[in-house]
Ligand binder design. Structure first.
Ligand code: MG
Length: 278
């Protein structure tokens, strides 16, 4: 059976956005996840500019991603200390910024925002766990009033931990942004097995690949171009398609370098070919 899922690209709302949108169209990508950094939320005139360039290039934003000032991905313990809404010292300010980003997403006509919550505490009965549930619920309610979904990106917990969190949260507009490479990079479990557990919650995907670390969970795995890593994309897409996934396949390549655009173009060709064969 031939599937026609739209392909997309993960972009940051930097000054070179126009250039990236032109590249996206050149290789036939028609959707994007647009990352907004909390330290440079667009002014009203920048908002107009954003809407205008997106319209001009005909690229549809399917998720607006929240990046926060102070986040540091240097190594896994630093991520635990600095990323998302889990670290207490940043929480209130970031919650406010995430709401502003949701307002922007709604204004742009995007259907969802996404973010890393951070390392959700293991102990379900602990006050820390309750706090994260409460803060996620508050953001989910803000999103719901705007008609938006809230997508939690995978990576910092196992599929079972995330599933348990979603079940306890019980918010119908909260879903999963499945990043299979993150499962490997953080050492949190086989991506295909994780997709099987989470499939009915997955509403967006980052198509990214990675190799396992020698000591998974203690040191980073290594991100590599799609098709060269340990994510088994044919099986992964089969699982997601079988569960009814019909949203875009959004290509993400985090490692910058001279071959960045070449890698992304190859990823698009790889995914198109795969969709034809599935
Ligand atoms: Mg990602």
């Amino acid at each position: 059976m031939r599937h026609q899922l739209p392909l997309g690209i993960f972009l940051r709302a930097h000054s070179d956005l126009r250039d990236w949108l032109a590249f996206a169209r050149e290789i036939g990508l028609e959707t994007c996840h647009l990352a907004i950094h909390s330290s440079c939320l667009p002014t009203p005139s920048q908002r107009q500019w954003l809407a205008e360039v997106l319209r001009q290039y005909g690229v549809r934003v399917t998720v607006v991603f929240c990046l926060f000032e102070g986040e540091d991905y240097s190594d896994i313990p630093t991520v635990a200390r600095t990323v998302g809404l889990v670290p207490a010292e940043f929480r209130e300010e970031r919650l406010g910024k995430a709401k502003e980003i949701a307002d922007l997403a709604s204004w742009l006509g995007a259907p969802a925002i996404g973010l890393h919550l951070g390392f959700i505490p293991d102990e379900r009965n602990s006050p820390a766990y309750g706090t994260i549930l409460a803060v996620t619920r508050e953001l989910a309610e803000h999103c719901r009033k705007l008609g938006l979904a809230l997508h939690l990106e995978t990576g910092q917990e196992t599929a079972d931990q995330l599933l348990s969190f979603l079940n306890q949260l019980g918010e119908p507009n909260v879903a999963v942004n499945f990043d299979p490479a993150n499962m490997i990079l953080y050492g949190k479990g086989d991506p295909v097995a994780a997709a099987r557990r989470l499939a009915h919650h997955v509403r967006s995907i980052h198509c990214k690949d990675a190799l396992w670390a020698d000591a998974p969970g203690q040191e980073w795995g290594r991100e590599v171009p799609i098709g060269e890593g340990d994510v088994h994309f044919p099986e992964l897409l089969r699982v997601l398609l079988d569960s009814g996934y019909r949203a875009p396949l959004t290509i993400e390549r985090e490692t910058a370098g001279e071959r960045l655009r070449e890698d992304i173009a190859k990823a698009a060709a790889y995914l198109r070919d795969l969709l034809r064969r599935l």
